[in-house]
Design a protein around this ligand. Structure first.
Ligand SMILES: Nc1ncnc2c1ncn2[C@@H]1O[C@H](COP(=O)(O)OP(=O)(O)O)[C@@H](O)[C@H]1O
Ligand SMILES: O=P(O)(O)O[C@H]1O[C@H](CO)[C@@H](O[C@H]2O[C@H](CO)[C@@H](O)[C@H](O)[C@H]2O)[C@H](O)[C@H]1O
Length: 475
């Protein structure tokens, strides 16, 4: 690619903060430059891969972009135009976000199938797999922190937008689990990496991962919400109790407990495979004390930022401190790290787990850090609370005449599914959550504090969901 036209850099500086996946929206961009530019296709349309170096608050983040260039832009690509720039001396063209152009995204599959290398970009095919080519790839409609291209319901290619050094944990974990023969992850077919130049230290940086598309899959959050809606819509039975109970739930339409139990079992099997792939370390008690120290630190930060948390802070700290006082040696291993119902898909072949990147806001070392598997269990338990309560908390709550009944129903639904998940997890060989109740409770509260900050920043209308759970810190 010729030296970047300054007008292109200006266009990108204006366009980038408007992208859903751009992580630094709340801070002004001090400087944007093009770190690497690789021409993947010449001609019209042309395809360039760019890594943008974005300086904000003294730190530089790297984002990747597929840039399409056309002399004339078809109507269908107008909405994704970035602008007009001089792409070659004397030649001005339309530049646009090429993930929306199937003529160009098809090239990614071709190159992975052939294991092509172009400049610093290396396209890889996973050992022992084939890749079908000639498929149309368009972005999934889901709002996500990355961009996923779906190729004719055969593959899904996740482009990691913000790049971190080395192999991305999602690829690292999926490849390792595949080698263990894990049945609960989609097959990996290929990936794209950026090989650092001679003189640059470090491993190749993962740019994208190509996986089997789970065409019969529905995400766990949607399934759970459907069940909650059915549960809320049950008629009140006659009789002295005048309320449905957990005992009636098996007969209720859309009961989720059997699915929750199977999800628990799948989670334990994935934990077992993660332990086999990456090993288990018996940590001394100080490690748990350090973790509790981190929980208290997060609690201080979130309490300072979100005043609604203040009335609950003392009781939460007591739960954390009890765990620190009883700290014991524990087995730590690689875990999912950001586990909730939206990270699991139910298919005809059972539950599949997705997105092993860890919490996106954390640094790469923290995302790879070993943890206790019950932290993932606690994440999913929080998710059952969320599914049960989110319909109640929406739109400022419910009319007083139905609020009490639905509150009780929400609680029954959450209890039933949390218990089923834990039973499925323990029966499939995971550490029994019931035998580690204090630790699970502390992990849950820590996650709920994190959620308070997440909701205050991103979805203030949802803030009552985690706050309600924190009103009962002992569980
Ligand atoms: N292999 C797959 N098959 C079908 N859909 C998938 C697959 N992987 C991801 N998805 C869909 O894409 C969504 C986002 O995927 P995820 O890996 O969590 O991306 P992100 O890290 O950007 O949040 C998932 O919630 C799911 O709906
Ligand atoms: O974007 P990620 O999936 O990595 O995770 C972030 O966003 C999640 C919401 O999309 C958020 O999860 C919280 O809301 C879920 C319902 O939307 C609920 O099932 C989870 O239990 C709850 O934590 C997650 O915390 C955040 O990191």
């Amino acid at each position: 690619m010729p030296p970047p036209d300054p007008s292109l850099v200006r266009l990108l500086s204006d366009w980038l903060p408007r992208q859903r996946w751009f992580g630094g929206k709340d801070v002004p961009i001090d400087e944007l430059s093009i770190g690497t530019a690789t021409e993947l296709r010449t001609g019209d349309p042309a395809l360039h891969h760019l890594v943008l170096d974005v300086r904000q608050n003294g730190a530089v983040d790297h984002y990747q972009l597929l840039l399409g260039i056309r002399r004339a832009l078809p109507e269908r690509l107008r909405p994704v135009e970035i602008g007009r720039a001089e792409v070659e001396p004397g030649l001005t063209g339309h530049v646009y976000d090429a993930v929306h152009d199937p003529d160009l995204t098809a090239i990614l599959l071709d190159f992975m199938a052939d294991e092509t290398a172009v400049g610093p970009l290396q396209f890889r095919r996973a050992p022992g797999t084939g890749i079908r080519t000639g498929l149309e790839g368009l972005p999934a409609s889901a709002e996500q922190s990355n961009t996923s291209l779906i190729f004719d319901d055969a593959y899904i290619c996740k482009l990691f937008r913000r790049l971190s050094p080395g192999v991305n944990p999602d690829l690292e974990v999926n490849l390792a689990l595949s080698r263990q023969g894990c049945e609960h992850i989609p097959a990996v077919h290929g990936w794209i990496e950026l090989v650092p130049g001679t003189g640059d230290s470090g491993e190749p940086v993962t740019l994208a991962m190509l996986s089997e598309f789970l065409r019969t899959g529905t995400d766990g959050w949607q399934l759970a919400l459907t069940s909650v809606r059915d549960w809320f819509a049950q008629p009140t039975p006659p009789g002295p109790a005048a309320e449905i109970t957990a005992g009636d739930a098996g007969a209720a339409g859309g009961d989720f407990a059997a699915e929750a139990e199977r999800l628990g079992a799948a989670t334990a099997q994935v934990h077992r495979d993660l332990a086999a792939a990456f090993g288990v370390t018996q940590t001394p008690p100080e490690v748990l004390r350090d973790i509790v120290y981190g929980m208290n630190e997060q609690l201080d930060q979130v309490t300072a930022a979100v005043p609604e948390l203040r009335p609950h802070a003392h009781a939460i700290r007591e739960v954390f401190d009890r765990v620190a006082a009883d700290a014991a040696s524990l087995p730590f291993q690689r875990i999912h790290g950001d586990y909730h119902l939206g990270q699991a898909m139910r298919t005809d072949a059972g539950w599949f787990l997705l997105d092993f990147e860890g919490e996106p806001a954390r640094d790469p070392a923290a995302r790879r850090a070993l943890g206790h598997p019950l932290r993932d269990v606690a994440g999913m338990l929080r998710s059952f609370e969320y599914a049960a309560r989110f319909l109640l908390a929406r739109d400022g709550g419910l009319p007083a005449d139905t609020a009490g009944t639905l509150e009780r129903r929400a609680q029954t639904w959450a209890e039933r599914n949390r218990t089923a998940f834990c039973e499925g997890y323990a029966a499939a060989g995971g550490p029994d959550p019931a035998a580690h109740a204090a630790l699970v409770r502390a992990f849950e509260l820590d996650k709920a504090v994190y959620e308070v900050r997440y909701e205050a920043r991103n979805r203030p209308a949802w803030l009552p969901v985690p706050l309600r759970s924190l009103a009962r810190p002992a569980g």
